[in-house]
Design a protein around this ligand. Structure first.
Ligand code: C2E
Ligand code: MG
Ligand code: MG
Ligand code: MG
Length: 288
């Protein structure tokens, strides 16, 4: 039978491939269950104003702990969700949870902008704007409290659609950030036409920014380009005080990173927001 299918069949088969395949299908099965039973969690990472040290927003980040697989990182399970279509129910759950949470913080007198990551597949769904409006109505969420993040690379893969969808989302009052900026190939002239509110510099460029001249040049160039367009910049993955100092001296508006806080459960963030108004030890140290 193998012969009938041609010699190519033998050439492609390798045991480690079927292993990878079955791992992937196990991941898919577990993820499907987790989505159905709402076993995923949405955590929130503070975004901080570089010059004042105050919290200006939160990025919503998915967290999954599975009984059998342990903790699985989004970089592992999001691609599986995308390739199996699970991204649609999963992404919808994320959007609804984030809208509900933003409304809750707003109602508690501690309004916070919440940034939500969108994959290209969600983004290309014609009903996305309608669904988002529905979620706002359902939870009493103000659109200006929701920012939608789409990676530069995914936006550039289909610039025409990106432009159209951004326009529709903007008209509803949402703001849009280009995520992982610096890894794609946007031109200044294209960016100028897009109704984007912020650029987020990819963590990869921040990691070595105080040690690697190329990264320092790139980060400065992204900040300069953003400012030419009148856009503020958010830096991701700030772990060290020296990185923050670099960003401050180069005019970057805000940052997120472990230096300030990792992504935390909503209850911890609520305590942080509703807590005492005096600055935390961290803020005192860096912003005195
Ligand atoms: P992203 O949107 O670029 O998110 C930033 C990533 O950097 C997050 O990784 C965050 O935890 C991590 N990070 C933040 N500060 C630091 C730091 O100081 N040091 C280090 N080492 N890492 C830091 P995470 O949570 O693992 O998410 C990875 C990616 O998975 C995200 O990248 C995003 O593309 C995707 N993702 C996460 N949640 C969602 C979601 O709800 N929907 C979709 N479509 N994608 C998501
Ligand atoms: Mg993001
Ligand atoms: Mg990012
Ligand atoms: Mg990223």
């Amino acid at each position: 039978a193998a012969k009938a299918h041609g010699r190519g069949m033998h050439a492609v088969y390798r045991p480690e491939m079927s292993e990878a395949l079955s791992q992937r299908s196990q991941l898919h099965e577990r993820l499907k269950r987790a989505v159905e039973t709402q076993a995923l969690e949405l955590h929130y990472q503070p975004q901080v104003d570089v010059s004042t040290g105050s919290i200006v927003g939160m990025e919503a980040l998915l967290r999954w702990h599975d009984a059998e697989l342990g903790t699985v990182a989004p970089d592992r399970f999001i691609p599986v969700a995308v390739s199996t279509g699970l991204i649609h129910p999963l992404g919808d759950w994320v959007l609804e949870t984030a809208c509900r949470q933003a409304a809750e913080w707003d109602d508690n007198g501690t309004p916070m902008r919440v940034s939500v990551n969108l994959s290209a597949q969600q983004f290309r769904q014609a009903q996305l704007p309608t669904r988002l409006q529905q979620l706002l109505d359902l939870h009493g969420t103000r659109a200006e409290l929701i920012e939608l993040e789409i990676t530069e690379t995914e936006a550039m893969a289909d610039p025409k659609t990106a432009h159209q969808v951004f326009d529709r989302l903007c008209a509803l009052g949402f703001s849009i950030a280009l995520d992982d900026f610096g890894t794609g190939y946007s031109s200044l002239s294209y960016l100028r036409q897009l109704p984007v509110s912020r650029l987020k510099i990819d963590r990869e460029f921040i990691r070595q920014v105080t040690h690697n001249d190329h990264d320092a040049v790139l980060v400065r160039a992204v900040i300069a380009m953003a400012h030419t367009l009148g856009l503020p910049v958010v830096a991701e993955g700030v772990e060290e005080a020296a990185q923050l100092a670099f960003l401050r001296s180069n005019g970057c508006e805000s940052y997120q990173g472990w230096l300030f806080a990792k992504a935390l459960p909503a209850a911890d963030i609520s305590r942080m927001l509703g807590g005492p108004t005096r600055p935390s030890a961290l803020e005192q140290r860096y912003f005195a």
